[in-house]
Design a protein around this ligand. Sequence first.
Ligand SMILES: [Zn+2]
Length: 299
Amino acid sequence: MRSHQIGEARITRVEEVLERGFKPSFLFPDLDRDALFERHPQLAQANFYDAEQDRLMSSIHSWLIRIGGKIVVVDTCSGNGKTRALPLFARFHMLDFPYLDNLAAAGVRPEEVDYVFCTHLHIDHVGWNTRRDGEAWVPTFPNARYLFGRTEYDHWVGGSGPAIFPENVAVVEDSVLPVVAAGLVKLVDDGDEILPGLTVHRAPGHTEGHMALRYTSPEGSFIVTGDCMHQPIQIYAPEINSCFCEKPEEARRTRRAILDWCAEEGALLMPIHFGWPHAGFVRRDGAGYRFEPLETAAG
Ligand SMILES: [Zn+2]
């Protein structure tokens, strides 16, 4: 498993799964796929798209960030053994993936994790917050402080989230509320600093309170973007939202702001669902952008 050093931060991708995900016509209802693939054939390469099955390659992973001896896990995938709404969430239902083995291969035991940060509270970003213990769901990272955006938390607990997306209610119940009950949660707001140089920022649109995590230093910077974009397609066509984006106009504004920031800063873009190599740089290209994938060994 390859890691990258950026300033004082060491980053490692921890995979839950890399698989054929949704069909482009389902995930991106407004996408003119053929026209985009013709203009940018690199988007139709096998690491991003399975032409035979007409499915987008979808990774679900965490980003592990180590700074000054502290360990942060950003987004916790889908989790094992969880009952999910069918048929919509068949991809996430009763999984049995070796996520904790992959974390161990990155040199980390769950009890060593200091912070867990969830960009938002959707099914594939909170799952490993908890694991099954008999009949109960208990915190997977018992010594961590779990950081959730305050607006996002309020959106799902007492807000409009459950009405907008009822299939996600069970997710909040088994993967969010148990860590709240365990007293491990701290709600965070725009601009809060987790560790030196590592700050959370409002990135609304995909969900009401979606947040991104930025690291800046004189030696380099990066941003974990959660679901502000799902596929490299959206770097070339930033107006394209996923079918799961709650607020279309805000999602577009946020996406463009992130792309601008990455291009200006030379920051590494670290999404949660891009196919190999899973991260890269954003360059300006005329009035738009292009993607420069981070070339790494697999993993
Ligand atoms: Zn997601």
